[in-house]
Every structure is written in C-alpha cells, then in structure tokens.
Design a protein around this ligand. Structure first.
Ligand code: ADP
Ligand code: MG
Length: 362
C-alpha cells in the first residue's frame, strides 16, 4: 500500500470552466479518504485523474513516492472499483478472483495463496466453487472486491460503489467495507455524494464544491468545525439552521438581532466580529443544539411550533422564530404540537458564526 499525493491538480475539459481546480491532497498510507460533494462537483474526475483514466490539465500526481502524472493507468498499480460489479457468469468464484493474476502469468501457488487469503478476509471461503448465480448480491459484490484485492494494488479507488444497492444492503456493505479496510490496511480513496457514508467510513473527508476543495478534515472536524456555510449545511440531516442577524454592541458584548428578539453572543466567539465591515452575521445552529423550553422561560427566544415529525427514537420540531424558520431535534419526552408557543435556547458552545458575504466561518 502507498500514499497518494495530489499537487495543484486541475482539469479542464476543452475550453469550458475547470471541472477540478487546484486540488491539493496528501493521502496517507492506509488512509480511508472520502471525496464528498454534490453531483457534478468533480469527484469522479479527481478519482479518474488518480487512476490515469483522465489526463491532468495542470499539476502532479504521486503514488507511493513515484510521480505517475504521465504514467498510463495499467502501470499505476491501483485498483478501481466501480458501481457495477460484472463477474464472469460461467466461472466459479475462485476462477473469477484468480483470472487477472493468471493473465499476468503469476505462478499457480502464489495465485492460490492470494485467492485463499482474500476469500478468508471477505468471508468467501465456503463459496469458492460456486458460480455467481448461486450467490447473493452482497456475496457477488465481495467477489468483485476480491478480484481487486488479490492484485495487492498500491491503492483502491472506489466511485460510489454502493449507490446501486438497496438501503439495507448498502448499510451492510458499508460496515463490511470499513472492516475490510481495517483488515487490509489498505489506502482507499472513496467517492460519494452520501454524507452518511462519508461520516461513517472516512478517516478524513474532503468536501468539494464546483471543482474546489472546501475542507479536508476528520468526520468530527467536518461536523463540528465546518470551514464555511456550504460544509455546515451539506453535512448533517436536517441541515444546520442558518439565521441571518443584525449586530449591535453593548460595551464589549455583541448582540444578535433576530427580528425584534435579541441574543447576546458568547464573548469567546465574537473576536472575529470586530473585523466585519457590515454589522451582520449568519448564525449556524445544528437542530440538536436547539433546545425547547417553556414559552415564559427567561433568556429564551419566542417561537411557534409549525410541525412535529415523529421519527421513532426522536422528534423533529419545525418552528417559526418571527419570520425565520428553524428546526429542532428533540427526544420523545417532549410533548408539544403545532400552534404551541414555546421558548428556544441554543447550545452557545456549539454556535457557529459565518460571514454573510463570504459565507466563511468566523
Ligand atoms: P461528480 O463525480 O462529482 O458528480 P464529475 O467529476 O463527474 O462530478 O464532473 C465534474 C464536472 O466535469 C461536471 O460539470 C461535468 O459535467 C464535467 N465533466 C465530467 N466529465 C466530462 C467530460 N468527459 N467532458 C466534459 N465535461 C465533463
Ligand atoms: Mg461521479
């Protein structure tokens, strides 16, 4: 396995805008790195450039210390796993897994060792003599993975490999892939638009937007310290509440005005507010950090319940705060209904402040 380095990598198709622009990534050996972002943000193009299936327009790619920018795909020693797992129907599991190695004229004993090891890791040992049609969908997928594993590539590249599976199999395979990563100690670059996959599988996540990297961080960092509004709202369901507020000062304190209600901001957050040109800020509050209290509770903002969504283990409460909409996540003990007047407070330690112009975190 190996590290993968992208230095100032850009891609332009013809004379159109950059599909990928100035991407810098230092992917460590054995890392499970996830590229996350909405459709069209350049994830697949980035992965294809690492694989060598797409030429870079600018920049450099280094795999395992070797500059491979101009090396053809077959000589990069990496395995790309696609959405579609095509197996040879007339071959057994063993034959499917060993086929590529046989083509390379690897000695039979070495092939046998690798196939059996991979089968063991993937839980396929009992099925080596079966044909694909005698396997479940999940098992077939593992065979396809096995085919990549036996090659012992420097890195695995996976482009939305779970997107064709139904919800249950997707969850199952997610867990298996994560376990496989731990067992193999493999370097994996994994592309997805699904934030849950990214948050649960990645050792680090790269959030992309319009071809540009927004943030590279651990799942915890992405969730709790989003670099900008885009990251804050892309990760988390329901999305982080964004509330635009006017600012005023009272001595050293900053007061946020939400319509005719006010909230004094914790001083440990307000340092960067000194440099704002306009006295405005966007508050970011995650639904779980909005607490519902009695309507007459002191220091609470006054809101009205619009809708309650029961989720089984929790409730989502949609509220109006003056002209602003806000959603709170609460446990099942809370009993309230549409039309109720309630008070809300925010977990101030988890409040985010964004510059309303640049949308960057303050
Ligand atoms: P993602 O995988 O994040 O959905 P892609 O990497 O597929 O995004 O696409 C990024 C951008 O590059 C999109 O605007 C897409 O239309 C464009 N693009 C991708 N492949 C090509 C191509 N072969 N020719 C022209 N434009 C392309
Ligand atoms: Mg894609």
């Amino acid at each position: 396995m190996a590290s993968v380095l992208l230095q100032h990598v850009s891609k332009q198709f013809g004379s159109s805008n950059y599909a990928v622009h100035d991407v810098n990534l230092d992917i460590e050996d054995k890392e499970f790195l996830v590229l996350l972002g909405p459709s069209g943000c350049g994830k697949t193009t980035t992965l294809r450039m690492v694989a060598g299936l797409e030429e870079v327009s600018e920049g450099r790619i280094v795999i395992g210390g070797q500059d491979v920018t101009n090396v053809p795909p077959k000589d990069r020693d990496i395995a790309m796993v696609f959405q579609n797992y095509a197996l040879y129907p007339h071959m057994t599991v063993y034959e499917n897994m060993s086929f590529g190695l046989k083509l390379r004229k690897m000695p039979k004993t070495e092939i046998d060792k690798r196939v059996k090891e991979a089968a063991e890791i993937l839980g396929l040992s009992p099925y080596l003599a079966r044909r694909p049609k005698e396997l479940s969908g999940g098992q077939r997928q593992r065979v396809a993975l096995g085919r990549a594993i036996v090659r012992e590539p420097k890195a695995f590249l996976m482009d939305e490999p779970l997107s064709n599976l139904d919800a249950k199999l997707r969850t199952q395979t997610r867990v298996e892939l994560k376990r496989l990563h731990q067992r193999l100690g493999a370097t994996i670059i994994y592309v997805t638009h699904d934030q849950t996959e990214a948050m649960t599988m990645g050792t680090r996540i790269v959030v992309m937007r319009d071809g540009v990297v927004q943030q590279v961080d651990t799942p915890d960092g992405i969730y709790h310290r989003p670099a900008n509004q885009f990251v804050g709202t892309f990760v988390g369901t329901p999305a982080m509440n964004l509330l635009s507020a006017e600012l005023s000062r009272q001595g050293t304190e900053f007061i946020a005005h939400l319509g005719d209600q006010t909230l004094s901001l914790p001083t440990q957050l307000t340092g960067p507010l000194e440099s704002l040109i306009e006295p405005q800020v966007t508050l970011g509050v995650r639904p779980e950090d909005v607490h519902l209290v009695r309507a007459d509770a002191s220091d609470s903002l006054k809101a009205v319940v619009r809708l309650v969504e029961a989720m089984g283990h929790e409730q989502l409460v949609y509220l109006s705060l003056g002209s602003r909409d806000i959603v709170a996540r609460t446990d099942n003990d809370w009993t309230g209904k549409s039309g109720d007047a309630v008070g809300i407070t925010f977990d101030m330690a988890r409040l985010h402040l964004f510059d309303p112009v640049s949308e960057e975190s303050l």
